[in-house]
Design a binder for this molecule. Structure first.
Ligand SMILES: NC(=O)C1=CN([C@@H]2O[C@H](COP(=O)(O)OP(=O)(O)OC[C@H]3O[C@@H](n4cnc5c(N)ncnc54)[C@H](O)[C@@H]3O)[C@@H](O)[C@H]2O)C=CC1
Ligand SMILES: O=C(O)C(=O)Cc1ccc(O)cc1
Length: 290
């Protein structure tokens, strides 16, 4: 797989990492960053993540072989509207957003109908860091990327998206957007919301200095997740409301049951839950190490 020109909209952790990885594997000739205003991509240029900054979408998209949208998901519709009039037919459009139903809806609204060359993607790789300085060419190596093509998606475009992600070392799987959003609501969006809620609720206590002074490992792990980019997670929680609400309701019921067990001194229930959770985590780690 070789792309002559890749147009990147959003050159932060994800966009920057993809550009760096494609360059490292010699899978791309030129990376053009489409900026909102001149100078926006200065740092990305300095780091060699993009070769050229363009603010004019027509100039950026001329001769493009692929377009990757790597902005927070709330910006997707505005980005699609900006590129729509200048997108040559058949050019692959993909993204890295954490929610997929919202990206398909944004594209339908911006383009009028879904372009067959649009193949939404979600790399299950990342960190709490953001911005171009955090870009890492190895970020996708050995990680999964979920493609969520629509029925309208062209099979050639799906194959091109697959080849792009495989070129940076990812394992590509396909899934319906709705199923993706339900799975990720439970495994990613709910945990981030819980981490933000826990850290915020403790930080707002009067004795918060002492709480942070004596924070043991467990709380520290939650604080790492809660230091993720607030705008990005605000966008995700709004975009995936329909799947996140049932995940939250299910979790609230579980928490309620645990509260009852603590109140009633029901050690059997606590031990059952803790043992089951530990076994699940141990199995998960073992499966991911092999
Ligand atoms: N951070 C992570 O670990 C992961 C993030 N994602 C998804 O990747 C996407 C990007 O996330 P990050 O790279 O972490 O964020 P980031 O904050 O590092 O980068 C986002 C970039 O988009 C630019 N941007 C924002 N609005 C824009 C617009 N309207 N037009 C052009 N550029 C715009 C920002 O200037 C910034 O450079 C998000 O949709 C997120 O849900 C997916 C997997 C992992
Ligand atoms: O930093 C972490 O623990 C993450 O979970 C990174 C992450 C954030 C968002 C995604 O859509 C996928 C992965």
């Amino acid at each position: 797989m070789h792309l002559g020109r890749l147009v990147l909209v959003g050159v932060g952790l994800m966009g920057g990492s993809l550009a760096a990885a494609l360059k490292r594997s010699h899978a791309v000739g030129e990376v053009v960053g489409l900026a909102r205003e001149p100078g926006e991509l200065a740092r990305a240029l300095e780091l060699g993540l993009v070769d050229r900054e363009e603010t004019d979408p027509a100039a950026a998209l001329a001769c493009a072989d692929a377009v990757v949208v790597a902005t927070p998901v709330g910006a997707a519709e505005a980005v699609f509207r900006r590129i729509a009039p200048h997108l040559p037919a058949g050019v692959l459009v993909t993204d890295v957003g954490s929610t997929k139903g919202s990206v398909l809806a944004a594209a339908r609204s911006a383009f009028g109908e879904l372009p067959p060359s649009l193949v939404p993607a979600h790399p299950i790789a990342g960190t709490e860091a953001s911005g171009p300085a955090a870009a890492d060419p190895a970020l996708f190596q050995g990680r999964r990327v979920i493609l969520t093509p629509a029925p309208e998606s062209d099979s050639g475009a799906v194959a091109a998206a697959r080849a792009l992600w495989e070129a940076v070392g990812a394992e590509v799987v396909e899934m319906a957007a709705e199923h993706h959003d339900e799975v990720l609501a439970a495994t990613s969006h709910l945990p981030h919301l819980l981490a933000y809620a826990l850290v915020d609720s403790l930080a707002r206590r009067d004795d918060n200095d002492e709480i942070f002074d004596f924070a043991a490992g467990g709380f520290r792990d939650f604080t790492r997740i809660a230091s993720s980019d607030p705008v990005m997670w605000h966008d995700i929680c709004r975009a995936n409301r329909d799947a996140l609400l049932p995940a939250l309701a299910g979790f609230r019921a579980e928490l309620q049951r645990l509260e009852t067990a603590v109140a009633e001194g029901d050690g059997d229930y606590l031990l059952t839950v803790f043992r089951r959770a530990k076994a699940a985590r141990d199995r998960f780690i073992e499966g991911n190490e092999s």
